[in-house]
Each structure stands twice: as C-alpha cells, then as structure tokens.
Design a binder for this molecule. Structure first.
Ligand code: 57M
Length: 359
C-alpha cells in the first residue's frame, strides 16, 4: 500500500524514492511484522487462554514430559497470520500477482487450520483427514490457476535441477499435480513437526531468509542470468513477503520458546507450511525445498518409515515418530532437541543457497 501511495511522490521529493527499493521494503517488513507480533502477542494469548478454558489437552499416548504442557493455549498462529498479512499489505506492491498468491495461500491454509483447531477444542477430534486434505487440495488448485492462466507463463512448468546449470525439465500440465504435492506436502510436514516448543517456528525463519534471497535473485534479470537460474519477472516482490514471514516468526518465537506460553496450532503450522510451499513454487525452487525445508521433510519421512515398518513387520524403527519424539524418549532435553534440529535446518538452508552458485 505504501508503495502505491509514496513512490509517485518521488517526483517531487527524492527521499520517497527509497520506497521503490525491494531491500528497503523487505527490511522494513521484517521490522514491522516483528513489532506487530510482539505487541499483539500478549493480549491475544490472554484471550486464547480465557476462551480455551485452560488451553490444549495433551493426548494420553504423548511422551510423559508433555503432561506439564496441559493448559497451554493453542491457535497462536493467529498472531503470525495477523503480523504477516498486515505487514505484506502495508509494504508490498499490491499490483504484483505473486504477492497475492502468497497472501491467499497463507490466509487460506490458516483458515483451514483455525477450522481444525476450533473443532479440536470443541470435540477433541478435529477435522477428518479427508476434509482437511480435501480443502487444502481445492484451495491449492484454485491458487495455481491464478499463476497458470494469467498470462500463460512459459517458465511455470519448467523445473531447474539443482547443481546442474541449464538442466531443465518441462513438466507441461503435470506441473499442476506436482505443485499441488509440494504445497500441500509442505503444509502437512510443518504441521507434523510442530510438536516441541519452538521446533516448527525456528526453521520458518531460515526458510523465509533462504526464499527471500532466492526470490530477489530470481526476480532480478542480471542476477538470474549470472547464476543461470530461471528468471521470473515479478517474483522479486516476494522478498517483501519473506521479510514479513521472518519478522512474524521471530516475534512468535518470543512466546513459543521453551517453556511455551502458546502453541501455534494448525492455524499457524498449516499456514506457514502452505506459505513455504507456495514460495518454493513461485520462485521455481521446488527442488530446493527438500533442503530449505529439510527438517520438515525428515520429520514427515520418519512418520512414513515408522508407519510402513509397523504395518509390514509389526516393528517400529523409531521409539516414536515424528523424529523429535524419538529423541525425547531417548532422554534428550526438549531445548537440546529443538536447538540441534535448528542447527541442522540452518545448515541445509545454507547448502541450498550454495547450489545457486555451484552449478
Ligand atoms: C500435529 N501435534 C502435536 C499444538 C500445535 C500420523 C501421526 C504421526 C500424527 C501425529 C499428530 O497427531 N500430529 C499432529 C502434531 C501437539 O501439538 C499441537 O498440534 C499443533 C500443530 N498441529 O501447535 O497445538 C502436541 O505437541 C506438543 N507441542 C509442544 N510445543 C509446541 O510449540 O510441546 C506442540 C507445539 C501438543 C504439545 O504436547 O499437545 C502432537 O504431538 O500431537 N501424531 C503424533 O505426532 C504422535 N505420534 C505417533 O502417534 N506416532 C506413532 C505412529 C502414528 C507414527 C508411532 O510412533 O508409532 C505423537 N503425538 C502425540 N502423541 N500427541 C506421539 C503421541
């Protein structure tokens, strides 16, 4: 919004020219989202605690040390959503189609999460997997139409292979189900990971930073040409969205660090995963997502391996899945698990960025 109103003033006052710069607006978005989340966090958490009459219940089969978490309010994701959406509307160029796809993905997945969280609080069961997945698929297909048809973008179905400069695969219409899998998969992988204080939100900060850099480079013709990556005109504006994502995530971490005052709920985990998956698709970094969101992938794969092994052999591979519970039952303290998982996540995000040069 500020872009729309202030950039035209640069004709009379050169100072307003600064609002034209992506770097300035992205940095200001990070600061704005951080301040918003820190300011609205306390009153919202108090309201969630009051409304939830003692917060989340903890399942019987959850590791013993989670018993003390009973009563922690959930749906703290509303803090994250508010900070991201308000900040992006304030600092991004709202004539940019990709910004709207990112906003609608975050809001849409977040509303599905709110629906599931309120159902869980009311009935302790939540939405059925069929309803939850079905609404996610319909939302994602609707979003993909926005980028697929207006105008038809030649680069969209093309996948760039990391490490191999110039190796491109054109999926054609198959890109639609592929992009659907990326976005819905990312959303549910973050959801599975959100099982320890700060565990899911930390890697969001790293993913926001990595995708912010990738969006900036992908949207910059000279940089994309130099790095031999796909140039997506207009994708650079997603850097502002990534600034908001990072700021909101840091602000939420202030309340979600151990011992957590609030859980993000599906309202946060589905929204953040949907946002990260959408960023990967819009910046043509789909094949880098398994690195940038490496922790989420490992957590989801640990569940798949555990369930498959149990069904096929009757034996578990891990003490408990997702992987963070395995380390809990191995005696690791919660903060130790979280910080070590963050370190791995950070290293994987850095590795992903090096592939932009090592090609
Ligand atoms: C999402 N939710 C947390 C909180 C958060 C198929 C199976 C792998 C599904 C999986 C499952 O139920 N996943 C749901 C994980 C829950 O967190 C809530 O959910 C929101 C995220 N969607 O925002 O509202 C609990 O996690 C803890 N927590 C924190 N700090 C946080 O900041 O401590 C969350 C956020 C919270 C709190 O205790 O209540 C969760 O763990 O349910 N199931 C599991 O993950 C279960 N694993 C399991 O059953 N493994 C089996 C098979 C199925 C693979 C096996 O290993 O044999 C574990 N989770 C629970 N109980 N609750 C273990 C059993």
């Amino acid at each position: 919004m500020l872009y729309y109103f202030l950039v035209p003033l640069a004709k009379d006052h050169i100072l307003f020219n600064v609002f034209r710069y992506l770097t300035f607006r992205s940095f200001m978005a990070l600061i704005t989202a951080l301040v918003i989340s820190l300011l609205i966090g306390p009153p919202l958490i108090r309201r969630l605690r009051r409304w939830q009459h003692g917060g989340e219940t903890v399942r019987e089969d959850t590791p013993e040390r989670h018993r003390g978490k009973r009563g922690t309010p959930t749906m703290g994701g509303v803090v994250i959503l508010t900070a991201i959406l308000a900040t992006t509307l304030l600092w991004a160029n709202l004539k940019n189609r990709y910004v709207w796809v990112a906003i609608l993905a975050t809001l849409g997945f977040g509303l599905i999460g709110v629906w599931d969280d309120t159902a869980k609080l009311r009935t302790r069961r939540g939405l059925s997997m069929r309803v939850k997945l079905g609404t996610q698929v319909l939302l994602t297909l609707a979003l993909l139409q926005i980028v697929w048809w207006q105008p038809p973008s030649a680069w969209l179905p093309v996948l760039a292979i990391p490490f191999f400069k110039g190796w491109l695969i054109n999926l054609g219409w198959l890109w639609i189900p592929f992009a659907l899998l990326v976005i819905v998969g990312a959303s549910n992988a973050v959801n599975l990971t959100d099982g320890l204080d700060g565990l899911a939100i930390g890697p969001v900060i790293m993913a926001g930073g990595a995708f912010g850099i990738i969006a900036y480079l992908t949207g910059n013709f000279k940089a994309a040409d130099y790095l031999k990556i796909l140039n997506v005109r207009g994708a650079g504006e997603l850097t502002v969205f990534c600034g908001a994502l990072i700021g909101a995530a840091i602000g939420f971490l202030w309340f979600n660090c151990h011992p957590a005052e609030v859980f993000m709920g599906d309202a946060g985990s589905l929204a953040l995963g949907g946002a990260i998956g959408t960023l990967a698709v819009l910046t043509k970094a789909e094949l880098l997502l398994p690195l940038i969101g490496g922790l989420y992938v490992v957590e989801a794969v640990s569940v798949i391996v555990q369930v498959a092994s149990f069904k096929l052999t009757g034996r578990r591979v891990f003490r408990m899945a997702p992987l963070h519970h395995h380390y809990e039952l191995s005696g690791w303290a919660e903060p130790k698990i979280v910080v070590r998982f963050w370190i791995v996540s950070f290293a994987l995000a850095l590795l992903a960025l090096t592939t932009l040069k090592l090609r």
